[in-house]
Design a protein around this ligand. Structure first.
Ligand code: FNR
Length: 347
């Protein structure tokens, strides 16, 4: 069963790669020496697509379909429950093809009965498959992933990309829950974000370059040597975020993801206008290398530091954080100038 082996191989190879962070170093907060807020007033509460959240963080799509992934999904669901975060499962195609592995996804609902669990499928899905994936885990939202570079680098990759937008449109029209369109680490640019919004995406998860690199993972799996310039393909998360915020124009939700496991990156993305932040590769790495408790501690630390940063910008809510002054310099500033993007209208 190639799909099942592939899922485990992704995890094993991901663990060999040191987790990396997206580069948000061009984006600067301006310290506020007079915040006039007490730390215990600072709240991370927010809402996304009708879901009330106690924090803007969520565990992004990772896995399912194999005995190893069942154990990982159960542990991640336990962590998500303890931290009160939504959690997306990995692509459910394996279970739609083979109902015998449905339990590797359903375990998330068993461990986290009251949780906001998000379904996940590739853009090859049909409305009928999407409905089955949603029902399988009683999902609150459905993620549809786009992963062209990964398919191109996979030896068994499906390189037929025609009709993707039309399929997304059909799924979004039929789904009774919000559809989030996401990348897997190569980012989403303004032009495609606009098309996805027109097709009915309720939110866009940019999953840009800087964290998990599926070209590197697939290159290693297939033992094909990809040249370094191909390996670094993709829109960095910060660029992808400004591009997608521009397309969304405050009307569609935007999720920052791709190397976001840093309180400062998270705060910057939220201040730029992101509505939520997804984390995937780092949580997986911490869970498998250091255990569940270490992952819970790391997530709580991210949240506590986010509160400190909010206070130091004079913000007691995420809405106020969006109004905190930001300076965007360097390459990111140049990129925005050349692409004619100003964040002012989107924050
Ligand atoms: C992923 N990701 C992913 N995304 C998706 O939509 N469906 C999937 O099945 C998977 N599978 C998967 C497996 C593994 C091992 C990893 C590390 C990642 C992509 C993930 O949800 C996210 O978009 C990217 O990994 C970028 O975020 P990080 O990892 O840099 O935080």
């Amino acid at each position: 069963m190639p799909r099942l082996n592939r899922k485990d191989e992704h995890i094993i190879i991901r663990l060999k790669q040191k987790p990396s962070l997206a580069d948000f170093s061009d984006i600067h907060f301006v310290h506020n020496c007079l915040p006039e807020i007490d730390l215990d007033e600072v709240t991370l509460e927010t809402s996304l697509l009708g879901m009330e959240l106690r924090s803007p963080l969520f565990i992004n799509a990772l896995t399912g379909g194999t005995p190893l992934s069942k154990r990982i999904n159960a542990a991640l669901a336990g962590v998500a429950r303890e931290c009160g975060l939504p959690m997306a499962v990995g692509s459910q195609m394996a279970a739609l093809e083979n109902p015998l592995v449905e339990d590797t996804f359903k375990v998330v609902r068993e461990v986290y009965p009251e949780g906001l669990i998000w379904a996940n499928l590739g853009s090859y899905a049909t409305p009928e498959l999407a409905q089955r994936a949603i029902e399988m885990i009683d999902a609150a939202a459905l993620q549809i992933h786009l992963n062209v570079p990964q398919e191109l680098a996979m030896k068994e990759g499906d390189c037929r990309f025609r009709g993707t937008l039309q399929r997304i449109k059909a799924i979004a029209a039929a789904a009774a829950i919000p559809v989030i369109v996401k990348e897997v680490g190569f980012g989403i640019a303004r032009e495609q974000a606009r098309l996805l919004i027109e097709a009915g995406a309720a939110a866009i998860d940019v999953s840009g370059r800087g964290g998990t690199n599926f070209l590197a993972i697939e290159g290693r799996r297939s033992r094909r040597r990809l040249s370094p310039e191909i390996l670094s393909w993709g829109l960095p998360t910060a660029f992808s975020l400004v591009e997608t915020l521009d397309a969304a124009a405050g009307k569609t939700r935007v999720i920052a993801a791709g190397g976001m496991f840093s309180s400062l990156n998270i705060a910057k993305a939220l201040a730029m206008g992101a509505d939520a932040v997804g984390i995937a590769g780092h949580p997986l790495y911490l869970l498998l290398k250091q255990g569940r408790r270490a992952l819970v501690r790391a997530i709580k630390k991210l949240e506590q530091e986010l509160r400190l940063i909010m206070l130091m910008t004079g913000s007691s809510t995420l809405e106020e954080l969006r109004r905190a002054p930001l300076v965007i310099a360097g390459f990111t500033g140049d990129w925005m100038k050349q692409r004619n993007i100003t964040l002012a209208e989107h924050r």
